[in-house]
Write a protein of this length. Structure first.
Lengths: 327, 276
């Protein structure tokens, strides 16, 4: 004869992956809607988490509702796997879900990131979760969010083009550095998290799923696999990524002379700058590969293909056009 | 004035607009009513404007003339009335019945407007050329060189000094701001130009210069204009026909000279007398 407590599931302090089943169902439904309407900002019931709003709660909720015991999670903060924010989120996710972690982009099934998309080309089946501080790309030109909704509904993005026009008139180039406004599937304008311009082209026709989620603003939007993403640009003045030609890695030590990847600039006391590769997971693999080549030990993981080659050319040829300086 | 009235269109009322030709009017607004709460700002106003014609609306403050202009620019929807433009895609279409998206298309392409207060019509912190280029951006122009060229052309058409085309309107004088507004209004070569007290607040010499520009543009682009002003001098300079409004109603209408030189309605007589 069975005791009642044998029939019930074992008592636990928290639900699996911290969020209660209703919260996870809410998030999954919103995610499906976001994927069904690429780039559209879907409002959702953002839950309280044991981290502060603005520290990645949007991304964390998405990750927690996707994660399972077999998941392999990678958490990135500004390209680094070992920063405080990334380490805390990773520890929380694994403790609550039993998922394993990695720093290898190619191994991971779920990548939660702040500010960066990895250098190595992601494949289908992977999910990239981006933490978003401000989901509304029109915020700068329209402070009234209900009017901004109307502008999205009408595809009325002329004011964003006007901002670009002003930049070209005054500075002869597009100035927006991060979260460069981009048109998804030819329909909705998104603010692609604060990822640098360097990473924006990686969203175009990507094999992986990208979900962008803002916990404080309670909205999420998605770039489904193999979807067009084009940064706003005038037809005769093409969009440019950060010009880092001539930036050579002299900081990360083991890998002198690396180039063509997104670099952190490290100012020196004498006023000059040195540069180091921003993506630490990628860097680790490069170092392991070098050690293997010098016969120290066997390389564990092969370095995958990267979005940009060593000359800084993007892997989808023709997507990025040569620079034009307007008169 | 000898009027040879065609048999099919008898002129029953001597104050009716002249039958300029057999063509239908470019702009026809019929029975406009706009209420704000209990106040009827516009009460049964009808208006025809033929291609290349200038119709003036005069009246005291609060007579509803600016409200009429806002309705004609589709900024607001009326409580009653119809509004049609005799243009290829819009023949017989009541513009008030269009959806928001379609209304935006009409106002962007077919109607230009100049406000008395340049803050309403311009983005003060953006460049003047950007203000003009915005009209093209709204209709989908995406080539930077084309935008620059269009801004240059429109600004020089409104006699704006091109060496200042990239200055923001907030550093410009009042007359120059009105010229930027005008350039913006004609950027897409609309058929209809709405002017809401375009020269009020400018000193007399600048006012004369702006009116000259307006007159030249009206002739060259064959614009149909609706000109709202309380300044009878401006009306006399520009308008072919004039409507006198009071309390939201049109109390007198006719040829400009006729109305201003031989006013019939007591209020118009008072108005003309006060001016002269």
């Amino acid at each position: 004869m069975s005791q009642l407590e044998n029939l019930a599931s074992p008592r636990a302090d928290y639900a699996y992956a911290f969020l209660d089943p209703f919260a996870k169902r809410e998030l999954r439904r919103r995610m499906l809607k976001a994927i069904a309407i690429p780039g559209y900002q879907v409002p959702y019931a953002s839950r309280e988490l044991p981290i502060a709003r603005g520290w990645g709660t949007g991304g964390l909720q998405v990750t927690l509702s996707l994660v399972g015991p077999e998941s392999i999670v990678k958490v990135i903060d500004q390209g680094a796997d070992d920063s405080v924010n990334a380490a805390n989120l990773r520890r929380f996710i694994t403790r609550m879900s039993g998922a394993s972690t990695t720093t290898d982009t190619l191994q991971a099934t779920i990548l939660q990131s702040r500010h960066r998309i990895p250098e190595e080309v992601m494949r289908d089946g992977q999910a990239l979760v981006l933490q978003v501080p401000d989901p509304e790309p029109l915020r700068a030109v329209q402070s009234d969010s209900s009017k901004a909704h109307q502008m999205h509904a009408d595809t009325d993005y002329s004011q964003m083009w006007l901002v670009l026009y002003e930049q070209l008139v005054r500075y002869k180039q597009y100035l927006q550095g991060a979260s460069y406004p981009s048109l998804v599937n030819g329909r909705y304008l998104i603010s692609p998290s604060p990822i640098p311009r360097w990473d924006t082209p990686k969203l175009h026709q990507a094999a992986h799923l990208t979900i962008l989620s803002a916990g404080r603003e309670k909205r999420m939007y998605a770039v489904p696999p193999y979807t067009d993403v084009y940064p706003l640009e005038f037809s005769d003045v093409p969009f440019q990524v950060e010009d880092q030609r001539g930036w050579i890695d002299t900081v990360t030590g083991a890998l002198r002379g690396a180039r063509g990847k997104f670099m952190d600039e490290i100012p020196q006391p004498d006023g000059t700058s040195r540069y180091g590769i921003s993506d630490t997971g990628y860097l680790e693999k490069l170092i392991a590969q070098m050690r293997a080549a010098s016969g120290a030990d066997a390389a564990q993981n092969q370095v995958g293909a990267t979005y940009y080659d060593d000359e800084g050319n993007f892997y989808k040829h023709g997507y990025l056009k040569p620079p034009v300086r307007p008169d | 004035m000898a009027i040879s009235s065609p048999p099919f269109a008898p002129i029953d009322n001597p104050f009716d607009p002249p039958r300029l030709s057999d063509t239908t009017p470019l702009l026809r607004a019929d029975g406009l009513v706009k209420r704000y709460g209990r106040i009827a700002a516009v009460d049964d106003v009808s208006l025809d404007v033929y291609a290349g014609e200038v119709v003036g609306i005069v009246g005291e403050s609060g007579s509803g003339k600016s409200s009429v202009l806002r309705l004609l620019n589709l900024e607001e929807l009326p409580n009653a009335g119809t509004y049609t433009l005799d243009l290829p895609d819009y023949t017989g279409v009541n513009l008030f019945a269009l959806d928001r998206f379609a209304r935006r298309e009409v106002t962007a392409r077919q109607i230009g407007i100049v406000y008395q207060n340049p803050h309403l019509g311009l983005r003060m912190r953006y460049t003047s050329s950007g203000n003009v280029a915005e009209r093209l951006l709204v209709t989908g122009e995406r080539a930077y060189a084309t935008l620059r060229q269009a801004a240059r052309e429109s600004l020089s058409a409104s006699e704006f000094p091109l060496n200042r085309m990239d200055d923001p309107p907030r550093v410009l004088s009042g007359g120059m701001q009105q010229r930027v507004q005008l350039a913006k209004a004609i950027a897409l070569r609309p058929r209809i130009l709405l002017l809401d007290e375009p020269t009020t607040g400018l000193d007399v010499s600048v006012q004369a210069a702006v009116l000259d520009t307006l007159k030249r543009l009206q002739r060259e682009l064959r614009l149909a204009m609706v000109l709202v002003s309380h300044d009878l001098g401006v009306i006399r300079t520009l308008a072919d026909r004039v409507l006198v409004m009071r309390g939201g109603r049109v109390i007198e209408r006719g040829l400009t000279d006729q109305v201003l030189d031989d006013p019939q309605h007591a209020y118009t007589q008072q108005l003309v007398h006060a001016k002269l």
